[in-house]
Design a protein around this ligand. Sequence first.
Ligand SMILES: [Mg+2]
Length: 115
Amino acid sequence: MSDMTLRAWQDEVDDWIGRMGGYFSPLSQLAQLTEEVGELARLINRVHGDQSFKKGEKDEAAIPDEMADILFTLTCLANSLKVDLTDAAKANMAKKTQRDAARHAGNSKLGGASA
Ligand SMILES: [Mg+2]
């Protein structure tokens, strides 16, 4: 998959879901989204938290796939609810930028990983 816009991603997911029979209800999708977040949380806890791996569990290499599961499930929910994620992301970033312009200045706890 080459780079794509959020709009193209939403369309691709919508096409795929259409071929698979359609969307589950928003409530079921929310439950699935929560499940997927839990799967990522378990991995992060194993890799970066205090938990140890159980035999046979997915390892750190599965983190990107779990993130993609979350993105896919969130996109399904957005499509079902007719939410344009591009518009939502732009509006949300603008809100954060204004609200948090000086919020973290001088926070000595920052300095961790960034993209
Ligand atoms: Mg998963």
